[in-house]
Design a protein around this ligand. Structure first.
Ligand code: SAM
Ligand code: SF4
Length: 400
């Protein structure tokens, strides 16, 4: 294809105070965005669009590989530790299209021997054979978008599947050979009681996923729910759901390791852990974001053209923008990720990933520790329980 290859100019984040070159580059992951869904959900503000009857699979795979070609300069000989097909609804794509894409990626960047390859799948968009074919391609982890098992809740959320299909999806995943799969659930749903929420969690736990993502529903600008808010549970109920849900998950061996992520022992999502520990990632596809470090110490965020039709338009460039992070922005950027982790990160990772001296955090740390928002532990950067609840307040302390 004849996609315009000129990238947008890099926006420099102001004058750059010298920063040490990174001792070594972080691990490298790849995010691939598939921007289509059967139907747009009323609460969703992700870059997802109702698909027309025929998806431009071939054209999109060509575009993704051409997009990747333009980011290859930032690989610097690293191998890929993980790949994540997110959306949108990646399971709308055929195994043939994803196979060609994965082959193309592997021809360009080496895969780690133990690479984790995750695909987001929505019940109602696949059958058993599709999962079997995905598994044969080397996709070794599924993230299944369940949200709720209760019919009234699924309808309120505008989902295309019912509770039975949700249960079947997990069974199909296991039968297709996926021994590692996540279920996405939401709580704080319209008119949800504590019993409703715990019922959903119990049903999910019974399916024995290795990982559970349990998000509280938020009303996001530019969504149908924002303009016509449904009746959400009272704050007291939300609090009860959170507390009782966490206890139930812990009782069944799901350890919380991030604000919304719970995993069986040894099964945290490696791709997401890389984001939260300020690793590097190439983002390809409509609206995909990336973060890339360079040996000279530059750390650059990139974002791609958002509307699928523009992304596929040969007259437009894939890259919509790029911004080098300044020394003033880096503390916040690093901690915004790291402090989401329940146990935080080792303090030495800060210098390793940002090139800045750990002392640049001293003032913010002191204030956060005094407010009870950060743990007093010299060798770790970690929020307290209270700090995780009030993460925005905590992060404010590191804004320049
Ligand atoms: C963007 S979706 C992509 C996965 C897939 N398309 C799906 O619908 O399950 C990723 C996850 O984000 C969560 N999510 C999306 N919008 C949300 C919102 N407004 N509040 C809380 N969680 C949300 C849902 O749990 C969803 O599974
Ligand atoms: S929640 Fe998932 S299925 Fe619904 S519109 Fe968003 S990306 Fe698509």
């Amino acid at each position: 294809m004849t996609q315009n290859t000129s990238a947008q100019p890099l926006i420099h984040g102001g004058a750059r105070t010298p920063r040490a070159a990174l001792p070594h580059l972080p691990p490298l992951a790849l995010y691939i965005h598939i921007p289509w869904c059967v139907r747009k959900c009323p609460y969703c503000d992700f870059n997802s669009h109702t698909a027309s009857s025929v998806l431009p699979e071939e054209e999109y795979v060509d575009a993704l590989l051409a997009d990747l070609d333009q980011d290859l300069h930032a690989v610097y000989g690293r191998e890929l530790s993980s790949i994540f097909f997110g959306g949108g609804t990646p399971s709308l794509f055929s195994a043939a299209a994803l196979g060609r894409l994965l082959e193309g990626v592997q021809a360009r960047i080496r895969f780690a021997d133990d690479i984790e390859i995750t695909l987001e799948a929505n019940p109602g968009t696949f059958e058993q054979e599709k999962f079997v074919a995905y598994r044969k391609l080397g996709i070794n982890r599924l993230s299944i978008g369940i949200q709720s098992f209760q019919q009234a809740k699924l309808e309120a959320l505008g989902r295309i599947h019912n509770g039975d299909e949700a249960v079947r999806a997990a069974d199909m995943a296991r039968q297709a050979g996926f021994d590692n799969f996540n279920l996405d659930l939401m709580h704080g749903l319209p008119d949800q009681s504590l019993d409703d929420a715990l019922g959903d969690l119990r049903q999910a736990i019974a399916l024995k996923p290795t990982h559970l993502s349990w998000y509280q529903l938020t009303l996001e600008p530019n969504t149908v729910f924002w303009n016509q808010p449904p009746a959400l549970p009272e704050d007291d109920t939300l609090w009860d759901i959170q507390e009782a849900g966490q206890a139930l998950l812990a009782e069944h061996g799901y350890r919380q390791y991030e604000v919304s992520a719970y995993a069986q022992a040894g099964r945290p999502a490696r791709h997401n852990l890389n984001y939260w520990s300020f690793g590097d990632f190439i983002g390809i596809g409509a609206g995909a974001h990336g973060k890339l470090s360079h040996p000279d110490g530059r750390i650059v965020r990139t974002w791609k053209t958002r509307a699928p039709k523009d992304y596929l338009n040969p007259a437009k460039s894939f890259q919509a923008g790029a911004k080098e992070l300044t020394n003033e922005e880096l503390p916040f950027e690093f901690l915004m990720n790291a402090l989401r982790l329940t146990e935080g990160v080792e303090a030495r990772l800060y210098a390793e990933r940002t090139g800045l001296d750990l002392a640049s955090l001293d003032e913010g740390r002191r204030e956060a520790e005094q407010s009870g928002l950060m743990q007093v532990e010299p060798s770790r950067l970690a929020a307290t329980d209270r700090g995780q609840l009030f993460l925005n307040d905590l992060l404010q302390k590191f804004l320049s």
